[in-house]
Design a protein around this ligand. Sequence first.
Ligand code: ADP
Length: 558
Amino acid sequence: QFPFGRRLPCDIYWHGVSFHDNNIFSGQVNKFPGMMETVRKITLSRAMRTMQDLFPLEYNFYPRSWILPEELPLFVAEVRMMKDSNPSWKPTFIVKPDGGCQGDGIYLIKDPSDIRLTGSIQSRPAVVQEYICKPLLVDKLKFDIRLYVLLKSLEPLEIYIAKDGLSRFCTEPYQEPTLKNLHQVFMHLTNYSLNIHSGNFIHSDSVNTGSKRTFSSILCRLSSRGADVKKLWSDIISLVIKTIIALTPELKVYYQSDIPAGKPGPTCFQILGFDILLMKNLKPMLLEVNANPSMRIEHEQELSPGVFENVPSPVDEEVKVAVIRDTLRLVDPQKKKRRDTHLIFPHLHGVLIFFFPPSYHVMYNTEKKVKLNKITNPSAILCCRCQSLERAPEASEELPDAGPAAGPEPDAPKSPEAALPSLCLKQVFPKYAKQFSYLRLVDRVAALFIRFLGVKGTTKLGPTGFRTFIRNCKLSNSNFSMAAVDILYIDITRRWNSMGIDHKEPGMCLQAFVEAFFCLAQKKYKSLPLHEQVASLVEFCECHLAALHGKRLLWGCG
Ligand code: ADP
């Protein structure tokens, strides 16, 4: 909605679902191009697999996964092999349809052969994953954690994590999976949207009881039982940073396609929902990443059969209002101006207007906090009670050996922000960049890929671009002819395109390029571990390209 007409640019654009408007030339958009595609179950699993191949120990927080239907034979073979080598292993697997949400279409199996019996795999690709059988239980119930993460910038990478999150509980006491209880969704799936339909669901006015609680209330309980809550937070921060590092290569490809470098365009930020399961030993495991986490702060209550009413949900309000309020504070364009000029504006200073499709909008005023003007769609609601809420106890989340803090700069003494609660969003990157930079290897492969894409607005590499990459990086020689290069390109591209996620554009997608790059690295540096092979090849390519660039500059001068 554009109340001042389409020609007036906005400071901040708030899109409901995805980045979808290529006619924005300035300001900030609350979605990254391609985020929805990047965090789909299959794409996320592929990205995690690539990182697990490179850094198996660092990425052991994501359950072993296979992509269906293409990896069904591999799934069957690997499970058979593991069972043969360890007959006491009695695994359970969880099958999750790609693009599904809220537990839709999810089921548990004990054996790979059960997949075929359920049919429709061909029509609906899915991920099958090792089921975590020993989750941490509270009150005998399984629960998961929803943590909000702000990706404030992709280049340079800036990540913030909310200091509190939600814990969503199952509504049947947990038992390890057996053939008898496999189908009991209220025992095994923590989705709010499913458990709300259980007669046992408890709506509570308190944030530390009921079927949805704050994560901080769980931490308090764990801490009182003597658990190392500091270590848990630092493991969670690592999990979040590593996951985002796995996602950035793909996101950068989408970004340059929608917002090409050198052309006027907006910058982007996005609030992501991380779903995390704690194992009995307190190890956090990533379940999935949501590009559009629900920001709803009400729930439906059935007054009488068939008659529903929306009532406030204190626990949602406690966590979500703070996340949106502080996201707005962090991306506030006036803040930078304030810092730059050291001026303090009275009254209407810092008014930003946001537009929420389809028909509600929110005025954000640094004096009056957040004021909701009109709500017609209850699926994404902000509310004005944030400043009156009590703060949940903050967890201490420092990572060991962290570099110097690079958190948000302190506010000017008399800033209007002084009236607001302290930020609930904690900067973790670049704060901890030093510890994680070595993992950003695929990012550098993606930079090579993007460099050779050629045509602006594309996400796939043509055969000529691939040949130019090989030539400029001097990767072809008597053992690896240009004919072999073409065969490598055709083989890998054909296979990736036959997997059928994105048929629209011909050519080699990033993941196919990464596979080709790994092949080249293995060929060239046989004896090293994979991550060293890849790092060596990246350096080799970057050196040749830098030399080429130097020569071109020289020729330009001449
Ligand atoms: P959806 O997007 O449909 O919610 P999720 O991947 O979040 O799909 O899975 C739904 C629920 O299933 C999770 O909230 C969690 O309770 C359970 N779950 C998912 N994966 C696993 C797993 N590997 N091990 C144990 N439980 C899982």
